[in-house]
Write a protein that binds this ligand. Structure first.
Ligand code: NAD
Length: 264
């Protein structure tokens, strides 16, 4: 435990269960003394998220479906009432119809393209608009992305296109909000077995491939992501904005399968 986040308040969006990347981040922040609020999507998740929040000393657990503008507004007006100001926000939300996270990108439907972009891309801008107003003493915003934005990964398809747009929005948001002392960054996480990841075709193969071919010869954990998130969300990241930090055991620097990596 350290005191990097003492006196800081922030919102965690996208906690579903104890496998969620949001959980790894929330644990690292709470351990550093942050005061946390959580938003969850849908009543079914409330009974999961409530006890997890309680474990980290938080009783602020609020519903928010980011595809619904009124729902986002209600969340932020509730937070405004409780807290007045806030210091950070974590956006760990993405969604696409899993029938289009396999097969060919070229077969993407208009409806799923729009929904994927709305939930996985626009929602970060929508929450940034509202969070900005509460970050009166500066702040730090963080979203989660994946290497499938930069290079073609099997089955990632429309989600790769959405993450590319999300990464571009991080840069535009960083410029807009920088004048107010608000930093905006992304973490590009290596593959981790979560609920969302289980919707991606052949995900077990992708995990194995990364384990065998990344420089660290292992997969990353939600705790690895949590520690890097703490850096970006705390004063340790004070000079960093518009960045996409790869927390992927180095996979993104590899151009060719290593000679010592076994075939799988
Ligand atoms: P997860 O399933 O634990 O979290 C995804 C969250 O998105 C869930 O809490 C879900 O409720 C939420 N969500 C979906 N639609 C929503 C909506 N309309 N409104 C509000 N919330 C909604 O999975 P995760 O892997 O922890 O995903 C978190 C983020 O990390 C996502 O952006 C994902 O794309 C990204 N990411 C994941 C991996 C990986 O391998 N798991 C790698 C890189 C990036």
């Amino acid at each position: 435990s350290n005191e990097l986040m003492a006196g800081k308040r922030g919102l965690i969006m996208g906690l579903a269960n104890d496998k969620s990347i949001a959980w790894g981040i929330a644990k690292a922040l709470a351990d550093a003394g942050a005061e946390l609020a959580f938003s969850y999507q849908g009543e079914a998740l409330k009974k999961r998220v409530g006890p997890l929040a309680a474990q980290l000393g938080s009783d602020i657990v609020l519903p928010c479906d980011v595809s619904d503008t009124a729902s986002i507004d209600t969340l932020f007006s509730d937070l405004e009432t409780r807290w007045g100001k806030m210091d950070f926000i974590v956006h760990a939300i993405g969604f696409s119809d899993k029938s289009e996270l396999r097969g060919r990108y070229v077969d993407t439907s208009r409806d799923n393209f729009m929904m994927t972009m709305d939930i996985s891309v626009y929602s970060f801008t929508a929450v940034a608009q509202r969070a900005e107003k509460m970050m009166t003493e500066g702040g730090s915003m963080l979203t989660l992305t994946y290497y499938g934005a930069e290079q073609v990964m099997p089955h990632y398809n429309v989600m790769g296109v959405a993450k590319a747009a999300l990464e571009a929005s991080v840069k535009y948001l960083a410029e807009d909000l920088g004048k107010d002392g608000i930093r905006v960054n992304a973490i590009s996480a290596g593959p981790i077995k979560t609920l969302a990841a289980s919707g991606i075709g052949d995900f077990r193969y992708i995990l194995k491939w990364n384990e065998l071919n990344s420089p660290l010869r292992r997969n990353v954990t939600i705790d690895d992501v949590g520690k890097s998130a703490l850096y970006l969300l705390s004063d340790l990241g004070s000079g960093v904005t518009g960045e996409n930090l790869h927390v992927d055991a180095g996979y993104h620097v590899v151009g060719m399968k290593a000679v010592d990596a076994p075939d799988i």
